[in-house]
Design a protein around this ligand. Structure first.
Ligand SMILES: NC(=O)c1ccc[n+]([C@@H]2O[C@H](COP(=O)([O-])OP(=O)(O)OC[C@H]3O[C@@H](n4cnc5c(N)ncnc54)[C@H](O)[C@@H]3O)[C@@H](O)[C@H]2O)c1
Ligand SMILES: [Zn+2]
Ligand SMILES: [Zn+2]
Length: 347
């Protein structure tokens, strides 16, 4: 089959690789109909996240049809249209039972093979799904596939960022970063009841989309913090959602949150230092909540939200491209060329 593979920093290939095979009776093979490029793929692409084996198939967002099932798979049938969370989960362990499916004791992240171990990704014609009964979610094959794909990662992650921060109808929120995840966090915050949402970024088309989604846009500058404070009785917001994953954004989240407020961060960080000191955290009575989204936990609920067309999620899709143009798609998304926001790839 054909796939987008990691070769080196900023070097990917669209190449022929071996088809995935059922190895365990709980595996299934999915024929990928739609896959996408996530901001998390960029950390690998840019060389900020290291350790990936050369030849690893990239990507962790996909929707497709089941074409082969292991002998112990019961909930999923051949022909089902499915979406996967970006990590696999067993459904049985302590973490799966408490809803922290992203920390399943035997879960894996798609598109992460290191030292010969791990799970290949989904930017390919076919992908292997381990623990398929617990991992996969069946979706309506006549539904909006672009939007259904998003429940497996960015919609869940944005929603989680708001939920984990404790957003409710009384809270003010600042979203740092209006990429796909930040935009979904705006929708998550709205869904949890607040209309008082600010968003900070430096890309005008993303800010425009944020405004369309109901947030008040603030252009990133040395004035951003003052602007947020001036709109919040000089206090800062109750909840800062950081959806970027770099130290400057983390610092900005710290600056815009009020004393006693919450930073909810979903940006994937690769720095080994915090952007504020223990003293600064103490002096602000800060609560810091972070981490990978337990997407599987949110998917059933968000599938309903998509099916009832509550929000126009697909407005963020800027490009549909064939998988064969995936290498170019990464270049475009990395450099934010051509007003790119979310790129869908079609094998
Ligand atoms: N926690 C999770 O489970 C999870 C899941 C998916 C994605 N992520 C992470 O979420 C982050 C965002 O993903 P994305 O797909 O939206 O990526 P993206 O790269 O498309 O978007 C990031 C946005 O942040 C903006 N930005 C950069 N520096 C900024 C700053 N200092 N202040 C304000 N805005 C700034 C950029 O202009 C861009 O619009 C990434 O770090 C990604 O790895 C985490
Ligand atoms: Zn992702
Ligand atoms: Zn588990």
């Amino acid at each position: 089959m054909k796939a987008i593979t990691f070769q080196d920093v900023k070097q990917l290939a669209f190449e022929e690789v071996s088809d995935p095979l059922i190895e365990h009776p709980t595996d299934v093979i999915v024929k990928v109909e739609l896959t996408a490029i996530c901001g998390s793929d960029l950390h690998i692409y840019r060389g900020h996240e290291t350790g990936l084996d050369r030849g690893t198939i990239m990507g962790h967002e996909f929707l497709g049809q089941v074409v082969e099932i292991g002998t112990s798979v019961h909930n999923i049938k051949s022909g089902d249209t499915v979406v996967s969370p970006f990590t696999t989960n067993c459904g049985q362990c302590y973490y799966c039972k408490i809803g922290l499916t992203c920390r399943c004791e035997i879960g894996q992240l798609y598109g992460w093979v290191s030292g010969g171990h791990g799970l290949h990704g989904a930017q390919a014609e076919f992908v292997k799904v381990p623990m398929a009964d617990a991992t996969l979610v069946k979706v309506d094959p006549t539904g909006n596939k672009d939007e259904l794909l998003m429940i497996g990662d960015i919609f869940s992650t944005g929603y989680y960022a708001a939920d984990n921060g404790g957003v409710n109808s009384e809270t003010s929120v600042a979203v740092v970063g209006a990429g796909p995840v930040g935009l979904m966090a705006i929708l998550g915050a709205r869904d949890l009841g607040t209309k008082n949402i600010y968003v900070i970024d430096s890309v005008s088309e993303r800010l425009a989309m944020a405004e369309e989604f109901g947030a008040k846009p603030i252009y990133l500058s040395e004035m951003s913090v003052d602007t947020v404070r001036s709109k919040t009785k000089n206090r800062g917001v109750d909840i800062a959602i950081e959806a970027v994953g770099n130290p400057a954004a983390a610092r900005l989240a710290y600056e815009v949150v009020r004393p006693g407020g919450v930073i909810s961060t979903v940006g994937v960080h690769t720095s080994d230092k915090m952007s504020f000191s223990p003293v600064e955290a103490y002096d602000k009575n800060l609560t810091y909540r972070s981490g990978r989204c337990p997407a599987r936990y949110y998917m059933s609920k968000l599938m309903q939200v998509v099916n009832e067309k509550r929000y126009p999620l697909n407005r963020i899709i800027s490009h549909h491209m064939p998988l064969s143009d995936g290498v170019e798609a990464y270049r475009i998304f990395d450099q934010k060329l051509d007003q790119s926001m979310k790129i869908m790839l079609h094998p």
